[in-house]
Design a protein around this ligand. Structure first.
Ligand code: PGA
Length: 246
């Protein structure tokens, strides 16, 4: 369903006590928002974060998972492990996973299918590098990532999928895409989803140096349904302002 979503991605930050404190601070600040609020926590914080989110309107997600249910995959966490502690969302194919941990569109697709099979909602990330943007490859690249990452899904599956457009050159750099650049890219993704699945009913977020100063303008653009927020999601007082942008 198309709606406003503000998702925090803590990346490899926050100890459990910090996670609990953050959640206890954030919850009263966002209790009246119409937007959906998600916090994606590291595995070691997940259980505490989920417990802290009980009786609040905050949803909780993981940042990665393996596609198999169990087996000899040292260091990995499976979809059913996430599901059994009531994890609701999982980020799949973040550019940092693609860049440092060899994730490909094929592994993204396996993970997306496994997440849906286990009742987890994937937040699927796509985005181009600066070189790809300068070479005029942005649209082909991101629509290709969408096509391959979501291959084999149905329009009904998309009810439980969020796409995040995150230009790699804007992540953690303080360099945000302009409102128009972000909106254009997301429009192309929407067109691709329409072409592949014959639906417009999909939530697509922008990510990359979102903060409390630029959120309102970005999220007011016609095709942008909210944000996937890294650095600015680490302080409840700052994240709250992004959640309450409207
Ligand atoms: P950033 O990260 O907001 O720190 O740029 C966004 C992301 O990687 O999801």
């Amino acid at each position: 369903m198309r709606r406003y979503v503000i998702a925090g991605n803590w990346k490899m930050n926050m100890l459990p006590n910090e996670a609990i404190e953050f959640m206890n601070t954030l919850a009263p600040m966002v209790k009246d928002t119409k937007n959906e609020v998600i916090i994606c926590a590291p595995f070691t914080d997940l259980f505490y974060t989920i417990l802290s989110a009980q009786q609040t309107n905050i949803h909780v997600g993981a940042q990665n998972m393996h596609w198999e249910e169990s087996g000899a995959y040292t260091g990995e966490v499976s979809p059913n492990m996430l599901k059994c502690i009531n994890t609701e969302y999982v980020i799949i194919g973040h550019s940092e996973r693609r860049q440092y941990f060899n994730e490909t569109d094929e592994t993204v697709n396996k993970k997306v299918k496994a997440a849906l099979k286990h009742g987890l909602k994937p937040i699927v990330c796509v985005g181009e590098t600066l070189e790809q943007r300068e070479a005029g490859q942005t649209v082909d690249l991101i629509t290709g990532q969408v096509e391959k990452g979501l291959a084999g899904l149905t329009a009904e599956d998309l009810d439980n999928v969020i796409i995040a457009y995150e230009p790699i050159w804007a992540i953690g750099t303080g360099k945000t895409a302009t409102n128009e650049e972000a909106n254009e890219a997301i429009k192309e993704i929407r067109n691709k989803v329409r072409e592949e699945f014959n639906t417009d009913d999909i939530t697509i977020l922008y990510g990359g140096s979102c903060n409390d100063k630029n959120a309102k303008e970005l999220f007011s653009m016609s095709d942008i349904d909210g944000g996937l927020v890294g650095g600015a999601s680490l302080k409840a007082e700052q994240f709250e302002k992004i959640v309450n942008f409207n």
